[in-house]
Ligand binder design. Structure first.
Ligand SMILES: Cc1ncc(COP(=O)(O)O)c(C=O)c1O
Length: 394
């Protein structure tokens, strides 16, 4: 059967291959004194807090399970708008918010709305692989621009200007980023947006980890810069609801009917049960719990990163958000007699029963030297992981 060019151009998500191998290994070592530890997983180890769970059960019992409007429950759009007001001091009218099936659907809608066949979208290297695949799936060309630690592994206005061609349509950024947990400084973001606007392009920014910010210097939404910025967000990370498949998109007013039309056709709506549940995310009791969990994520980062550094797994930029550590493994790989982060990740899996993610998925520039650790795991697991890595390095 002939496969579409579009599908052929999407690369595999290598993280999943590593995860599959880790699962197989986990079964083999389950009953040993060193069962598998998973620091490869990019989702919170917490689940939705009690009020959110109860709201979901209430929605099911009340039979509130019909389709909603394609743009989402108006009450939920209002709550999200209120969240921008309270947390970031930014006015984002509910009518500009479109509720989606996770950030993934929001990214698809944004790309399908804006990307024409052959358009180029600039993304930082390294970055979350699916983001470039959403561009490809929409017929565009994702252009990875190599970044450095000095740039916090983010694009700069200068690099955007230099990479811009006649075909460039815009930038797709993520702040804080997966895999680095680093954000774009607000002044730099403003400058990037100025370049993009001057060139007649669009600034798309994935702010899925914005709720998990640990540094006030970066904890601001790009929507504060300009209402022409398109921001993607989610209930997956800060709100701990990965499997509930709920997110949102903020677009300029003129784009709402277009996105709505696409959403009606492609998805009808996001999960109704999840939408009713998510209303409870914004109750003071839930926010208190989310803030406690954010503090826990920060405490893990503060402990874990210096430990990696001490082992020679240098994290060149302290993450200011999310739950990742992007570490240079070249020194330790050489010690273990392997070269490259792909082989290093498998060696660590085999010898320490520890699953981590090699850089390969996230780009091509320097990703052969880097691995991603996720700190979305308990302190006990993080401590045990460090102990095993220390033993390996000895
Ligand atoms: C940067 C980034 N964007 C988007 C997503 C997709 O998230 P969602 O679960 O909201 O679809 C992820 C998931 O890990 C991510 O890391």
């Amino acid at each position: 059967m002939r496969i579409s060019q579009r599908a052929e151009r999407i690369e595999p998500f290598y993280v999943m291959e590593v995860a599959k191998a880790a699962q197989t290994m986990a079964r083999e070592v389950a009953h040993t004194d060193r069962p598998m530890l998973f620091l490869n997983i990019g989702e919170p180890d917490f689940t939705a807090p009690p009020l959110v769970q109860e709201a979901a059960v209430r929605a099911v019992r009340a039979g509130a399970t019909q389709y909603t409007q394609a743009t989402g429950l108006s009450e939920l759009r209002e709550r999200i708008s209120g969240w921008y007001r309270q947390r970031f001091g930014v006015e984002v009218p509910a009518r500009r918010i479109v509720v989606t099936a996770g950030a993934s659907a929001a990214l698809q809608l944004a790309c399908l709305t804006l990307v024409e066949a052959g358009d180029e979208i600039l993304l930082p290297d390294p970055s979350y692989p699916c983001n470039r695949h959403f561009v490809t799936a929409a017929g565009g060309d994702a252009v990875l621009v190599p970044t450095t630690a000095a740039e916090r592994f983010q694009l700069s206005a200068e690099k955007v200007e230099a990479a811009w061609t006649d075909k460039t349509r815009g930038v797709l950024l993520a702040s804080p980023s997966n895999p680095t947990g680093t954000s774009i400084a607000p002044d730099e973001l403003r400058r990037i947006h100025e370049v993009v606007t001057r060139r007649g392009g669009v600034t798309l920014i994935d702010e899925i980890y914005l709720g998990l910010s640990y540094d006030d210097a970066f904890a601001q939404t790009a929507l504060a810069i300009d209402d022409q910025v398109i921001s993607i967000n989610s209930f997956s990370k800060y709100f701990n609801m990965t499997g509930w498949r709920l997110g949102w998109l903020v677009v300029p007013e003129a784009l709402v009917p277009v996105v709505e039309r696409l959403a009606q056709n492609l998805f009808i709506c996001a999960s109704t049960i999840s939408q009713y549940a998510a209303l409870a995310c914004f109750e003071p009791e839930s926010i208190t719990e989310y803030e406690r969990r954010r503090a826990e994520f920060k405490a893990r980062r503060d402990w874990f990163i210096p430990q990696l550094d001490a082992l020679g797994l240098k994290v060149p930029v302290m993450p200011d958000g999310a739950f990742y550590a992007w570490a240079d493994c070249s020194g330790m790989a050489a010690k273990l007699g392997v070269s490259g982060s792909w082989d290093f990740a498998f060696e660590v899996m085999k010898r320490a029963h520890l699953a981590i993610t090699p850089g390969r998925d996230f780009g091509t520039a320097d990703t052969g030297r880097f691995v991603r650790f996720s700190t979305a795991s308990s302190m006990a697991h993080l401590e045990e992981s460090i102990a095993r890595l220390r033993a390996l390095a000895a």
